[in-house]
Design a protein around this ligand. Structure first.
Ligand SMILES: Nc1ncnc2c1ncn2[C@@H]1O[C@H](COP(=O)(O)OP(=O)(O)OP(=O)(O)O)[C@@H](O)[C@H]1O
Ligand SMILES: [Mg+2]
Length: 308
């Protein structure tokens, strides 16, 4: 397997002394989809700023396809890794949408015709055809998020890093973003690395999850991570609603080997179970059922009502 990103012994402190990253080590392989989760202030954005060289001279080893990032020329770097920032206003600074999306390809030294082709392709991917002449600054938040993504897609990076791509989007835009990112990974083979708090979207976008809280505290499949409620509690994380609901169904005697992580998976699992049991699901209430349910609720709803 080709190592797309390899980070070893990475530390970072801001100039005011805030230690944001401690001894980070991780490897992300080409074609993987990886999600980084962690509480506010965990260092996710700081970590991502290392992946496109915004933070120069890293205190540690950051490699992209085997090359040390600090040794790479900017044209080379932006072709390998594209980072879509958390706040689109940090990314868009040109007068028009066209200029913002063309900025990267122009900097890569592409000719005018190729630049135009790339801009059109990127805007069409994000569903913003016809927006070329609009002033980026005046667009809605959701539209700006799309332009910011297009501005990175136009460089056709091999690795796409997205910081909170679904935050503050309406449900349709959120669903569009999730399916666009999945397609970029599955169809175009782009390695995707995403920071997000949106646990209901996470299973679609993650083969593997890293829990970051200054350090890498855990790594595993979404199911591994969501099954460990004390890990979730310690790092201000939560499990998808569907997963929690099936934990409760377990207390009522419903058994399934793999608890579903998404609505679609839940429908599949239920259908399979019902088909396999001649149309019935057997549920029951025993003496200890309520106690078990309270335990699940306490474990998985640890953030409710300001609980610690
Ligand atoms: N420019 C800065 N100067 C000083 N400290 C900073 C600066 N930027 C971030 N920090 C601090 O570094 C730590 C990590 O912040 P970072 O933005 O990387 O977290 P995050 O995981 O992205 O959080 P969020 O989920 O809120 O986006 C925080 O304690 C933050 O206050
Ligand atoms: Mg952040």
């Amino acid at each position: 397997m080709v190592e797309a990103i390899k980070v070893e012994d990475l530390n970072y402190s801001y100039s005011d002394g805030t230690k944001a990253l401690e001894d980070i080590g991780l490897t992300i392989y080409e074609g993987e989809k990886v999600v980084v989760v962690g509480p506010n202030g965990a260092g996710k954005t700081t970590f991502f700023l290392h992946l496109n060289g915004t933070i120069k001279n890293p205190q540690g080893d950051v490699r992209v396809f085997g090359k040390r990032i600090s040794d790479m020329k900017i044209e080379d770097r932006i072709h390998q890794v594209g980072v879509v920032f958390q706040d689109p206003d940090d990314q868009l600074f040109m007068p028009t949408v066209f200029d913002d999306v063309a900025f990267g390809p122009i900097n890569m030294g592409l000719d005018e015709e190729e630049v135009e082709k790339r801009v059109n392709k990127a805007l069409s991917k994000v569903g913003l055809e016809g927006f070329e002449k609009k002033v980026s600054h005046n667009l809605s938040y959701g539209q700006k998020k799309r332009v910011a993504l297009a501005a990175v897609l136009s460089m056709e990076p091999k690795v796409l890093v997205l910081d909170e791509p679904t935050a503050n989007l309406d449900p349709k835009s959120r669903a569009d973003f999730i399916s666009l990112i999945s397609d970029l990974n599955e169809r175009d083979g782009i390695t995707t690395i995403i920071a997000m708090h949106d646990v209901n979207a996470l299973p679609t976008l993650a083969d593997r999850v890293y829990v970051l809280n200054k350090r890498i505290v855990a790594e595993g499949s979404p199911r591994d991570i969501f099954s460990d409620w004390s890990l979730l509690k310690d790092n201000s994380l939560e499990a998808p609603d569907v997963f929690k609901l099936f934990k409760v169904l377990n207390c009522f005697g419903y058994s399934s080997d793999d608890l579903p992580l998404s609505f679609d998976e839940a429908v599949e699992v239920l259908t399979r179970t019902i088909e396999g049991t001649e149309g019935h699901i057997h549920l029951h209430i025993h003496e200890h059922t309520h106690k078990e349910i309270s335990h699940v609720m306490d474990s998985y709803n640890h953030h409710r009502n300001g609980k610690k």
